[in-house]
Design a protein. Sequence first.
Length: 237
Amino acid sequence: MLVQIRHPERLIYPESDGKPMGENTLQVKWIVAILNGLEGVFRDRPDVFLAADLFWYPQYADPTNVTAPDVMVVFGRPKGDRPSYKQWEEENIPPQVVFEIQSPGNTADELAGKFRFYRRHQVEEYYLYDPATHQLQAWVRSGRRLVPVKEVNGFVSPRLKVRFEVSESEPMKLIRPDGTRFRTYLELLSDAEEAQRQAAAERKRAESERKRAESQRKRADALAAKLRELGVDPDAL
């Protein structure tokens, strides 16, 4: 009897499931906002890898065991582009922090499956945010378990050092370690434009002050010249 052996090096690890990053614009907006905000927090850390909607394969030779967190953070791995995150090629370091942004299409079974995946594969912190209801759920690892955070409002991520501010009436806020809020690209663009306007106004004010001082100097020089014509030393006055 012949036995066929599947060689791991010949296995195919897909890099996409053909689905979009998010099911709607609100979900995509939050994925991008969290990813960009964290990239700003860790911009000076070359050993922190961040990705959105990237396939994560935790086990060698098993391409069926895969998920794609909406956002994942891996401490101890270099920044850089990857077609997928194959854990065995990354010193076997799993993502320590993952975010999922809930959408209307998410089923309870799907979310439960993701939770089991993250618990089984050593995720340390898992955050599930529903932008439609402003509800945030968080879990942190304790041994082999992911334990729910009882009070998420004001909770500070042990790994990220980011603080979460949540309420029923407004969208979640993520606060950087320096106390500033995560801002969207449009907000940052607006800030930059306002800074440019203020700088332009300051340059205009400085130029106006320079011209006024120059005009006063010319008047003083003219007056001094007139006094000298009359035989009066202006320096003696």
